[in-house]
Design a protein around this ligand. Structure first.
Ligand code: NDP
Ligand code: 8X3
Length: 250
């Protein structure tokens, strides 16, 4: 596939697995994240399969996001596939005891960060009348669960933005897709629970989705024929029926 993809949150979990999957398929990569060492390690590993450019910026920082994407060398400027993946849950508290810092982090990263990166990438897509934007939503964008409040709100926003993008970019031949996973075993819970032991139990007693499972779905989505757009996809591990119903072995 002679295409160029920009993946945010490529240093871990779903984003990193997607970078590996895309590299395997020959897609040229712009990998983004804040952890420089990881970006370089991934670049080194994947450069054997494809061209890889690294961008280190915090998606919360509007200027840094716009500047980083503007700094791309000319052979990486035409981005065919944008995977808006960077994001996390921060905390899991009832609304009456959640912290402002956690709320800011989720809205700033999951929602505003996605918008900043999209703002920087979309103009060359509209100009070329081609492109595919994949927004990583969540089952949390489809239903609200106890103590999920603001994380669920951020992912509901991602779904609304996805629909808005699909409508507004329709005339430019740009595909827009939301991929919405349930429980995926990544660093997500380490971040959510700030390293607390609570994180250790989230994926115990059942087989959660693995980052590779989602990466394969993302590649499937971007490799459909030109006339096919997977608009909105929900994927759970088999053990999960909804945000709150998970069949565990204990
Ligand atoms: P990980 O914690 O493993 O990965 C999160 C990625 O986001 C990292 O690469 C991290 O990079 C990046 N990131 C976080 N904050 C920022 C920031 N401020 N600026 C730039 N990059 C940032 O989690 P997942 O792979 O699980 O999560 C990826 C996406 O999938 C998220 O949007 C998440 O909401 C969504 N999701 C996850 C599910 C799960 O159960 N795991 C289920 C459904 C959706 P770095 O720290 O280097 O900046
Ligand atoms: C991540 C899945 O259930 O922890 O988006 O919200 S969940």
């Amino acid at each position: 596939m002679n295409k160029t993809a920009l993946i945010t949150g490529a240093t871990s979990g779903i984003g990193r697995a997607t970078a590996h999957e895309f590299a395997k398929q020959g897609i040229r990569l712009i990998i983004c994240g804040r952890r420089q060492e990881r970006l370089e390690t991934i670049q080194e590993a994947l450069s054997k399969q494809t061209d890889v450019h690294v961008l280190n910026f915090d998606v919360r920082d509007k200027k840094a996001s716009l500047n980083a994407i503007a700094s791309l060398p000319s052979d990486f400027k035409n981005i065919d596939i944008l995977v808006n993946n960077a994001g996390n849950a921060h905390g899991m508290d009832p609304i009456q005891s959640g912290t402002l810092e956690d709320w800011d982090a989720m809205m700033d990263i999951n929602v505003k960060g996605l918008l900043y990166v999209s703002k920087a990438v979309i103009p060359q897509m509209t100009e070329r009348k081609t492109g595919h934007i994949i927004n990583i939503g969540s089952s949390a964008g489809k239903e609200v669960y106890p103590k999920g409040n603001v994380y669920c709100a951020s992912k509901h926003a991602v779904l609304a933005i996805t629909e808005g993008m699909r409508i507004d970019l329709n005339e430019f031949n740009i595909k827009v897709s939301a991929i919405n996973p349930g429980l995926v075993e990544t660093e997500f819970s380490q971040v959510r629970f700030k390293g607390d032991t609570k994180a250790d139990n989230v994926y115990k007693g059942y087989k959660a989705l693995q980052a590779q499972d989602v990466a394969e779905i993302i590649y499937f989505t971007v490799s459909r024929p030109a006339h096919v757009n997977i608009a909105d996809l929900l994927v759970f591990p088999t053990a999960q029926a909804s945000s709150t119903i998970v069949k565990k072995d204990f």
